[in-house]
Design a protein around this ligand. Structure first.
Ligand SMILES: Nc1ncnc2c1ncn2[C@@H]1O[C@H](COP(=O)(O)OP(=O)(O)OP(=O)(O)O)[C@@H](O)[C@H]1O
Ligand SMILES: [Mg+2]
Length: 333
């Protein structure tokens, strides 16, 4: 991990209308990502954690422009542009065609469900190379080299060259996730976005995939955006973690610090429900759909065991409590 930032997100927002079509009522929407700012350092694993629907996937999709942001900035440090007149920092929302393609080679997305993200009609080899044949050809890579590269990457993720001609259906869930990871690594990305990559797997297999990702992070100079709803899993893998609730960051801290000294009542609740505490787990029902008017107060106040009147009327800011430890809670700042 270094101090240099590879990706910086500033005040990112994305709102979805809940109803579409001619008869849509415009009062109903969800602030999926609500003024989020964070950065991911070079070689750093940054975790985004929170319950279902809090906006983790939307944040990740905004980063690769699968969705366009309503407002905010995504800045990427592109080493290939450094040393020229500019600083090497590119505004991702401004990228067009080739430049966007180039960025998407550096920032790769691994999806949650390998069964759905791997085309069952393709061989593993085709799955691995189909998205990157064109850019690699442009760089002068021949088909033979591409096959060698694909075989080497399969070996890196714990499979073998003999698996290249098989179909994804011949593999187990964990092995398919290894194939997804291999596909993402083929273009030698600088940032790997792992969106719930272990949550569809059995616990024992989860550990193997996490250890594989740890090996990859040690071997390659690569940063991670690691998305999970399980805070403990994220603490195991990540250097730093942002805890999301209803589209906002509620707390951000180094993982080891968060594990020992979580401050926000929501983060404590997440740890406590991960430990199977029924009393607190019952607080975890969600209700993230907002009416436009209802923007006052802390978004967690309706579920917070410590909420005061003030918490229902005043919106807390994310504030640095200790060095590198930020928290959004009126009771703590
Ligand atoms: N394409 C879309 N159209 C409308 N609403 C959407 C869309 N994508 C996400 N949402 C809504 O935005 C909110 C955030 O969703 P998102 O998928 O980002 O959450 P998440 O944290 O990834 O959840 P999960 O843990 O279930 O994957 C949810 O309320 C969701 O219903
Ligand atoms: Mg998601």
């Amino acid at each position: 991990m270094s101090n240099m930032s590879l990706l910086t997100v500033k005040n990112l927002r994305k709102r979805f209308n809940l109803e579409a079509g001619f008869f849509a009522r415009f009062g109903k929407f969800v602030n999926a990502v609500n003024d989020i700012s964070f950065s991911i350092g070079k070689n750093e694993a940054y975790g985004l954690v929170g319950e279902s629907g809090c906006g983790k996937t939307t944040t990740a999709r905004l980063l690769v422009r699968m969705y366009e942001a309503d407002s905010g900035q995504i800045l990427f440090y592109d080493g290939d542009n450094a040393g020229t007149a500019d600083t090497g920092i590119v505004d991702v929302s401004m990228l067009k065609k080739d430049a966007l393609q180039n960025y998407r080679e550096k920032v790769r997305y691994v999806f949650q469900d390998p069964a759905r993200s791997l085309n069952p009609r393709m061989s593993v080899y085709e799955v691995l190379v189909s998205g990157c044949r064109k850019p690699l050809r442009k760089k002068g890579v021949k088909e033979k080299e591409l096959r060698e590269k694909a075989a080497a990457i399969l070996e890196e993720v714990g499979l073998g060259a003999v698996d290249l001609e098989k179909r994804p259906s011949e593999f187990s869930g964990g092995q398919r996730q290894r194939i997804s990871i291999a596909r993402a690594l083929l273009m030698e990305p600088e940032l790997l976005i792992c969106d719930e990559v272990v949550s569809a797997l059995d616990v024992s297999i989860q550990g193997q995939i996490l250890n594989l990702l740890l090996d990859i992070s040690k071997k390659r100079n690569i940063s991670f955006l690691f998305i999970a709803h399980d805070l403990k899993v994220a603490c195991y893998f990540c250097d730093r973690i942002g805890v999301m609730y209803k589209g906002e960051l509620m707390e951000e801290a180094p993982a080891a610090y968060l594990y020992k000294k979580a401050m926000h009542p929501y983060t404590k609740l997440l740890f406590s429900s991960a430990a199977g505490n029924k009393e607190t787990a019952c607080l975890t029902e969600t209700g993230h759909i907002e009416k436009r008017k209802n923007t006052l107060g802390c978004s967690f106040a309706p579920r917070c065991p410590h909420a005061l009147d003030r918490c229902r009327n005043e919106h807390p800011q994310l504030t640095e409590k200790n060095s590198g430890h930020l928290v959004r809670c009126l009771n703590l700042i």
